[in-house]
Every structure is written in structure tokens, then in C-alpha cells.
Design a protein around this ligand. Structure first.
Ligand SMILES: [Zn+2]
Length: 290
């Protein structure tokens, strides 16, 4: 099969379009013919070089396609089904995996990181990775491939860590980001109130169309001042202070401030700044005491 693969780390010039062996389907796996694979910033981090990447390597974490083959231990999928792939990879049998905390598995990774990803024609994955697109749902393969990583991350923050509920108010940083777009839709699905931030007219309008109740133009308004006007239950931002964000990143500068304010108001149901929540961390640890 064909793949976009690299044999050394570097810029886009290291990518090679070349023939690679097709994956061999195991009895407990599903073979997917890849129809679309979205780009993620992770692809750039990996291509530039991250520890633990074995070369040559195929990038690509956000995959949609059709079932091309089904291992004999898989009873419920058939060839031709339209699917997207849940991007997390994990061992499936350690204490954390069995308890449903697969993100704490010692072998936790994502497709296209520890193993080859979707910038190729076929991939073999465990049954747990395969999410069939429901019959009657009009999603193109490109749309389906835009879902996995950003919705998983936003869901983990809002549902896993914050236990979002109707009536909550959430500050979603960066409405124009993939995680922001996902977070606004998930929060609205839970009938929460969404305050979000964006820097240009097009993104502000798109955020409103997705259901955001109030959009802060971060070039014209100060996020911390706007936030203080209302009562925020929690604020979510991709990476937050845990991740390798540039020192001048808004999220990086805003998170310590929100954290200070949240500590000052600890225990108060009216903490104005809410509790800052990043994507890393244990389940429901971030919920403000009520
Ligand atoms: Zn595990």
C-alpha cells in the first residue's frame, strides 16, 4: 500500500510517499480502508521529533474509513461499514484499563504516536477502537475524520473531569480551535451556558452558530475582566499550564490567574473565575465543591 512516511525527523521535506507493507490482520482486529485522515498539531510535534517514536513512522491520529476485513473473534462488524476510529491506544488488561481509566494505562498512547497512524491506505486496529457511523447519519469521511481527537479531549475535560450538568457556565478558551469547536457543542448538548473567546469576526460568528451564549473578542476585551462579570463554574483550555505551550500563549498566561482566583474563592459557590481545567488529570478531580 501507499503511505506518507518519514525516516528522519524534520520539516515537511522529510515526508515520503512510498510503498509500505500492508498490515497483517490478527484474529482480534479490524482492518480499515482509510478514506480520510485529519491533520492535528500532534503530527507536527511528532514529525519534528518526540521521544519514543520509532522510525520510519507514519503519522495520523484522526481516521475515518470503511471496514475492509474483520478478524474471526469480532462478531459485530461487517465489511463495508463506515467507521471512525477512537484515537486512544492502551493495553486493555491492566488495572487502570479494566477500571475504565485507559488514559492512565502505562501503555497509553494515540494512533500515529507509539504506532503507525492513518496517513496510508490500511490500518489494523482492535475492536475497541472502531466506532461505526450510525445508519442515516450524513457525515462525509472528511467530517468523520475531524471528530476523534478533539471530541475525545473536550469530552474528557467537560464530562470526565468537570461532570458538566445543565445550568453550568463554562468558559471555553479558543472557540476557533478544534477542541473549542467540540467543547462548545458538547457543553450545549448538556444545556450548559457557554462563554468563549475568539479573535476575529468569522470565528466569533462561527462560535455563535455553534451555540455559544457570549463570545469575548480577546483582541478588544480582557478575558479576565469579562469573566469576572459572570459566574463561571469552570474554564477549559487545551493543554493549560501542563503542556508545552509557548510562554506568550494566552492560555498559559490566563490559567495561573484563573487558578489564583479560584483558590482565593475556594469553597465559594460564587467563585467568579471558575476552576481552570486542562486536558490532563484524573477523572472528576476538577469539579468545584458545591
Ligand atoms: Zn492498560
Amino acid at each position: 500500500m501507499k503511505a506518507a512516511r518519514f525516516h528522519q525527523f524534520g520539516g515537511p521535506e522529510v515526508l515520503q510517499y512510498e510503498d509500505v507493507p500492508e498490515p497483517q490482520l490478527r484474529k482480534d482486529q479490524v482492518l480499515i480502508q482509510i478514506k480520510a485522515c485529519a491533520l492535528n498539531h500532534l503530527d507536527l510535534f511528532i514529525r519534528k521529533g518526540l521521544p519514543g517514536i520509532k522510525l520510519p513512522h507514519i503519522n495520523g491520529s484522526d481516521i475515518a474509513g470503511e471496514v475492509a476485513g474483520v478478524g474471526e473473534y469480532i462478531p459485530d462488524l461487517k465489511a463495508g461499514q463506515r467507521v471512525l476510529l477512537a484515537p486512544m491506544t492502551f493495553c486493555g488488561y491492566c488495572v487502570e484499563c479494566v477500571a475504565g481509566r485507559q488514559n492512565f494505562c502505562a501503555n497509553f498512547s494515540v494512533l500515529g504516536y507509539a504506532n503507525d497512524g492513518g496517513d496510508c491506505e490500511y490500518i489494523a486496529v482492535p475492536r475497541a477502537s472502531v466506532v461505526p457511523v450510525p445508519e442515516g447519519v450524513q457525515l462525509t469521511f472528511e467530517q468523520a475524520a475531524s471528530v476523534p481527537l478533539v471530541f475525545t479531549t473536550a469530552w474528557h475535560m467537560l464530562v470526565g473531569r468537570c461532570a458538566i450538568k445543565p445550568g453550568d457556565t463554562v468558559l471555553v478558551l479558543a472557540a476557533g480551535s478544534g477542541v473549542g469547536i467540540a467543547a462548545i457543542q458538547i457543553a450545549k448538548m448538556f444545556q450548559a451556558r457557554v462563554i468563549t473567546t475568539a479573535g476575529d469576526k468569522r470565528k466569533i460568528e462561527a462560535a455563535r452558530e455553534l451555540g455559544a451564549d457570549y463570545v469575548i473578542n480577546h483582541y478588544q476585551q480582557k478575558i479576565s475582566q469579562e469573566v469576572r462579570k459572570g459566574c463561571i463554574d469552570f474554564a477549559i483550555g487545551i493543554g493549560g499550564e501542563n503542556f508545552n505551550l509557548p510562554p506568550d500563549s494566552r492560555t498559559r498566561r490566563l490559567f495561573p490567574r484563573l487558578r489564583r482566583e479560584s483558590r482565593r474563592d475556594a469553597g465559594s459557590p460564587a467563585a467568579p473565575a471558575g476552576r481552570p481545567v486542562a486536558c490532563r488529570g484524573s477523572e472528576t478531580s476538577a469539579r468545584r465543591p458545591s
